[in-house]
Design a protein around this ligand. Sequence first.
Ligand code: GUN
Length: 154
Amino acid sequence: MRAQELVESLGLEPHPEGGFFRRIYTSPHAHHTPGGERPTATSIHYLMTDARPCGRLHRNRSDILHFFLEGDPVEYHVLDAEGRHRVHLLGPDTPGRLLTVPGGRWKASRLPPGSRYTLVAEVVTPGFDFADHEFATEHDLPPARLGLFRRFLG
Ligand code: GUN
């Protein structure tokens, strides 16, 4: 199965959000942020599979660029700055094969039914740090969005 081949050939490991990942780049340059010093950028390979089709709703202080690499299109469910629910499809037909999510936005991924796997590259800038990362609880969501997002609460 292709997803298992990718786990082995790319050396991926389970990620707490669901799926598998490996860090592929850490900038040697430092950036000062309100949370402390971070690399200017980091990047990972991230693989989602049908074994666990919904990622957990989370947010990060940094901007995140998601580049589609291989597999099936994937949905990203994002709450915009006004708390509106936006669904972005990232796949081979997405312009530039790129989805950018600004820092601070709640986000969850979902493989649509019938999909097998999706491999993306994520670039995080300033670089990823778990201190900048937060999983949502139901108290973080606008009450009107709770029904829609409950399946992403982990
Ligand atoms: N999510 C996006 N980038 C990263 C990273 O570098 N490490 C971890 N653990 N998760 C990430």
